[in-house]
Each structure stands twice: as C-alpha cells, then as structure tokens.
Design a protein around this ligand. Structure first.
Ligand code: AMP
Length: 637
C-alpha cells in the first residue's frame, strides 16, 4: 500500500508526518528536528542552497536571498497583499492584476515555486525516514484560503514531485489529530491557532464524524514574531539606559542576535520562572546580561495576545454560538505553548478547565465555568496539523478504515437542461453532506416523460461535462410550462449522491444513487477546471447563444401562430414587416450549426428585440380578438 504523507506547510515552520502501523508520527529532518523552518536560502546564482534551519541562519547574513513566510503570498495578486505583509527582508515584485513574485538576483519566482523547495525537502525527509520513495501527500491550508491559494498549494506540491491527494483545512486536521472525530455525534469545536506569523480561529461542527467549518477569522500578521519584537523592544530599552543605543546597533549582527535571544528567552519562560539572557560583546565593549522573568514577559505579552480576542468574539458571533455551546477548544501553533496564551484562551472561551497559575503571576480573570468547553492541550500544538494530515492520508490510502471526514465536492454537479446546457445544482467546493434542489418545467406541449441527465464538471455545455447517468421520469400529460418537476441532489457524508426527481402534481418519483462523486482523481479535477478556464469565453458565448436561440424559437413559433390566426385583419404592409423581421431572425438562427462568434449572439439578440417590438401591435390585435370571442361566447343564449 503506497504511503500518503501528511504535510503542514506552515508560515513559520513546516512538518511532515505519516501513519505507520496505525500510529501517526512526525518524521525528523536531517537536523534531527521535527519542525523545519519554512525558509529557503538561494545562492548568488539564485539556486536553492539551503532549506530550514541552515537557511534561517543564512538569512542573518544574506537577508535579500533568504525567503521566509512565503505562504502569505501563495495564490495572491500583487495588489491583494497588504503593505504590512510586503515588509519582508527580500525583494518582491509584481504589478496590478499579476501574481506577487519573489525577486531574486537573477530570476523572479512565484511563491509556489519557493514553497515547492520546502515540500521537496519534507518529501526527502519522509523518504529517508521510511526508506521508500514517496509520491503522494495530503497538504494542509488555513480554512480561509480561497480557491487560488489552494490551487497554488497544489501547484507547489506538483512542482515538488508530489501527487497532492487532498488539500485539507488546518483546523480540521488538528481536530483529527486530537481524535475528535470520535467525539459524540454532534460537537462544536473552536480551534485557536497562534503560530509564528499568523493567527487563526476556526469554529468547527462535527456531525456524525464529518467536520464542517462554521466560521473562520484571523490575522495574517499576528503571532509569536510580534511577541519576539515586543521583547526585543524591551531589551533595547534596557540597553538604551546603559549605553548609546546606536553604537550597539551599528555592530554587525547585534540586532539579529538580540532577536534570537528574545525568542529563546520567550520559549524558556514557557517552562521556567526566569532565564538569564547573556550576549557577550553585543556592542563594542558592551555585554548584555539580563535576568528576564516570566512576570516581565507576561506584562509585555498580554497586549499582543489580547489582540486575538476580538477575532475569537467575531468567529463565535459568525458561527451564531455562545461559549457554552462549545464542547472543546483546541490549541494549535507553537505560540500556544506559552502558559499566558493558555490562560487567556481559557478566559476568552470561559473554559471549564482551570489552569493553575505558575510562578508569581496572577492575571485575575481566569474563569471557571462548570458547563464551559474543555481546553484540550493533549497534543503538541505545533505537531497536531501535520499528524492530522497524515491521518487523512492514511484514510485515503486505505490504511485507516471506517472513518469519514469533511469533504468538498471536487467538481460541480447538475443536470442537462433546455438546449443542452448544464444547470448546476451543487457547485464545486461545496462542503458535504449537502442537499440542493430546483423546480423545472417542460418545453414541449403534452410531454409525457423527461430525461434526467446527471452531469459532473465545470463546462457550460452538457456535452463537455462528464455524464454520470440518465433516467426517465414520467409526467402528467399537460401543456408545456404547466408540469412541475422537482429535482433534488443529496450527497451524504460518504460522498454518495442521490438524485431524486418528482412530478410535483402526481407525486410520481424516481431516485438514482451514484457511488462516490467525491473520489475523483486530483489530476482529472485539475484537467477539468483548467479546460473550463481555457474555454471560459467560448463556453459563455455558447450559453448566451443557446439561451437566446431558445427564446428566438419560442418567439418565432408564437408569431407564426398569431399571424395565422389574425391574417384576415392584418394590414398588408404591416404583415410584410412582421414576416421580414421573422425571416431576419430565422436567418441569424440558421448560423446555429456554424462556428459562432460573439457578434452572432448580439445579432441574435437584436433580431429578437426587433421582432418583439414589431409584433407588439400583433399581440394587441390577437388579445382584442380573444377578448371579443370571449364576450361573444358570454352573450350566446
Ligand atoms: P508555528 O508557526 O506553529 O511553528 O509556531 C512558531 C512560534 O511558536 C514561534 O513564534 C515560536 O517562538 C513559538 N514557540 C515555539 N515553541 C514555543 C514555546 N515552548 N513557548 C513559547 N513559544 C513557542
């Protein structure tokens, strides 16, 4: 059975995991570390020369050639990226409407090309650890990632030589790693994810083993880095009191050393009450020696951490929930290892688990609500996402059975409608389970049955999509437009599609089941989406033409009938103008089988408009006639 690895492609750190003998586990890289900094260093010829920790070290010396936080730019256009996000140590370029690019010395790279280097290194880590070649992966993305960002992540995987079996949401992966899919039938979970550079809060609902995102909020420029900066500013203040600050700062490497020390101190204070910060020769003849306590850290950190609170409130509001409606709060992201973060999250969500304050620090507003959610700290917060991705990988490879998971429809589903067009009932990327329906009618008089042709795909014309199946549904005999046919599509948690068609008047119905419409090869999905994009203009043109030609045919038929009925009272000159407008429309319509250009649909529309306007008088004559014949009938004895 080919292994499917799970990858957490993070803004600050990335990780790779796999399920082995039924157990999910993180794989250590060549430095023996389970987290690989998401940093790529490029040499002077703009070739990737180091990934991970070594690249991060090179970043101190050659910042312009060292790319970090590239995830922020994936699948985004230049103007979509905020000025704050653009403040990185390496150059970026791009113009309005174009993707943002990393501008290396000799070449410009798309963010996904840089991310591919990180993925290649994680793939290698897995291959060395598992002693086999790895081709398939599940990669996680934030829940707020849009289609373009998800596509860019897929592309990064492809460039790294990986077949991306599935892109899944990070909070869903975390919930899987925490084993929450085994919770009671219905549960609501908040996933609080504070990493190095980003903060996300997502509210999930678990329903019979299937996760659904209820709301998601966050800040792409808020995380542990802001705490490091706040600590650094505190250190600079202390230094400034002792010596001339500029003199220290002009020393090469002083600032990066201080930043590194700030982060180390922050991490140490997650488990200790105080730490000694020692930086000999930070400036000329200046040594920085400082005892830094958790109490000091927490005072500095509190305002930064509390910037996450409004997002939590907003996410709960968007999900329409109160904190008592939540069952669990999960912690994800390295920064949530900090005790103060846990205390604050405890307070925001009024958790029932009370965390003892350690050291001398008391914040005073830690809640204890008996019926509040449980703050679940059972997993390493910076490992949970990759572990969850590996579990999803194992589900896909068949290594783990009897487990369902939130999924989305990879392609749109619908039925063929008048003129051979596809009418979408469930759009692509809809979360399953899902139910959707529409009411249709007949286009022909006295139609006794109609064909339900079930389609999957992104193209406008039915013939360009995949046919999943067809079935006939009988109708009560009635004039066109009178019958009402209800069509309902329902996809269950296992991806099984049930199509129900019902004659609303008679209640006569047919149901057809289609086995998993979800398990479509990613490459095939990509092909379909690409062809939809490639043919978007001509497809739209076809749709416009077909819709207007149906209108034209109906109008021509109605005009012919009116002319036949009223020919005796029509002025010859007026009749000639009606016939001329009709034949002009027929002439345009005759181009149906030739290759159409956009001008043809416009000609069709104006020929319809012309005939419609000219026949207004005819419509009035016919109405008068109908009214007169009705009155005659009334007066008959
Ligand atoms: P992530 O993006 O999830 O890898 O998180 C990285 C952030 O977590 C960085 O800002 C780290 O400094 C921070 N971090 C990692 N471990 C700890 C720890 N034990 N205590 C406090 N912060 C930590």
């Amino acid at each position: 059975m080919a292994k499917v690895i799970g990858i957490d492609l993070g803004t600050t750190n990335s990780a790779v995991a796999v399920v082995d003998a039924g157990f999910p586990m993180l794989l250590a890289n060549q430095d023996g570390k389970r987290l690989t900094p998401s940093v790529v260093h490029f040499d002077t010829a703009s070739h990737p020369s180091a990934i991970g920790e070594e690249a991060a070290r090179m970043g101190l010396l050659e910042p312009a050639q060292t790319v970090y936080s590239v995830k922020r730019f994936m699948g985004r256009r230049f103007e979509e990226v905020t000025q704050q996000e653009k403040e990185v140590h390496y150059p970026l370029n791009g113009s309005k409407g174009q993707p943002i690019k990393v501008a290396l010395k000799d070449r410009c790279m798309l963010p996904e090309e840089v991310a591919a280097e990180i993925l290649k290194s994680l793939k290698k880590t897995a291959e060395i650890a598992l002693e086999c070649s790895i081709e398939k992966a599940v990669i996680t993305v934030p829940a707020y990632f849009n289609d373009a960002q998800r596509q860019a992540t897929m592309e990064a995987g492809r460039l790294a030589g990986l077949q991306v079996e599935r892109i899944i949401n990070e909070p869903t992966a975390a919930a899987l790693a925490y084993g929450l899919n085994k919770l009671k039938d219905q549960a609501r979970i908040a996933v609080y994810d504070l990493g190095g550079g980003t903060f996300d809060i997502t509210i999930l609902e678990l329903n019979e083993g299937v996760f659904r995102v209820l709301s998601t909020q966050g800040n792409t420029c808020l995380g542990g880095d802001d705490l490091d900066q706040a600590i650094l500013d505190h250190f600079l203040q202390i230094i400034g009191k002792e010596v001339e600050l500029d003199v220290v700062l002009e020393e090469q490497g002083a600032l990066p050393r201080l930043r590194e020390a700030a982060q180390k101190a922050k991490i140490a204070l997650s488990t200790q009450a105080s730490t000694a910060v020692k930086l000999p020769f930070l400036g000329k003849d200046f040594h920085f020696n400082e005892e830094f306590t958790r109490e000091q850290l927490e005072q500095i950190a509190l305002p930064v951490i509390d910037r996450t609170r409004p997002h939590c409130v907003r996410a709960m509001h968007d999900a329409g929930l109160e904190t008592v409606d939540l069952d669990q709060v999960l912690l994800v992201g390295g920064q949530t290892r900090m005790p103060l973060v846990r205390k604050r999250v405890n307070a925001y969500f009024k958790c029932s688990v009370f965390e003892e304050t350690r050291g001398n620090v008391r914040l005073g507003d830690t809640f204890h609500t008996p019926d509040g959610p449980t703050l679940n700290t059972g997993q390493n917060p910076d490992e949970a996402v990759a572990l969850g991705a590996a579990i999803q990988g194992a589900i896909l490879s068949g290594e783990i059975k009897h487990m369902t998971l939130l999924d989305v429809t990879p392609l749109s589903l619908g039925i063929e409608t008048f003129g051979g067009l596809m009418n979408v009932l469930i759009p692509r990327n809809s979360t399953i389970p899902i139910k959707a329906g529409e009411v249709f009618t007949t286009a022909v008089d006295r139609q006794e049955e109609t064909l339900i042709h079930v389609l999957q795909g992104e193209r406008e014309k039915a013939a360009d999509n995949w046919s999943l199946g067809r079935f006939m549904i009988p109708f009560e005999n009635a004039p066109k437009g009178v019958p009402r046919l209800g069509v309902q599509f329902e996809i269950d948690a296992n991806g099984v599609l049930n199509v129900l068609a019902r004659d609303i008047h008679t209640g006569n119905e047919q149901i057809l089941e289609f086995k998993s419409v979800i398990d479509v090869e990613d490459a095939t999905v990509t092909q379909m989406v690409e062809s939809a994009v490639e043919h978007a203009m001509e497809d739209l043109e076809s749709r416009h033409w077909i819709e207007n030609s149906l209108k034209a045919k109906t109008l021509l038929k109605a005009v012919k009938q009116s002319v036949d009925e009223c020919s005796d009272v029509l002025d010859a000159h007026y009749l000639a103008s009606v016939l001329e407008a009709s034949s002009k429309l027929e002439g345009v319509l005759a181009r149906e089988n030739t290759e159409k250009r956009s001008g043809d649909t416009n000609s069709l529309k104006s020929a319809i408009k012309n005939l419609d306007e000219i026949t207004q008088e005819l419509a009035h004559i016919q109405l008068d006639r109908m009214a007169a014949s009705y009155l005659d009938q009334e007066q008959e004895p």
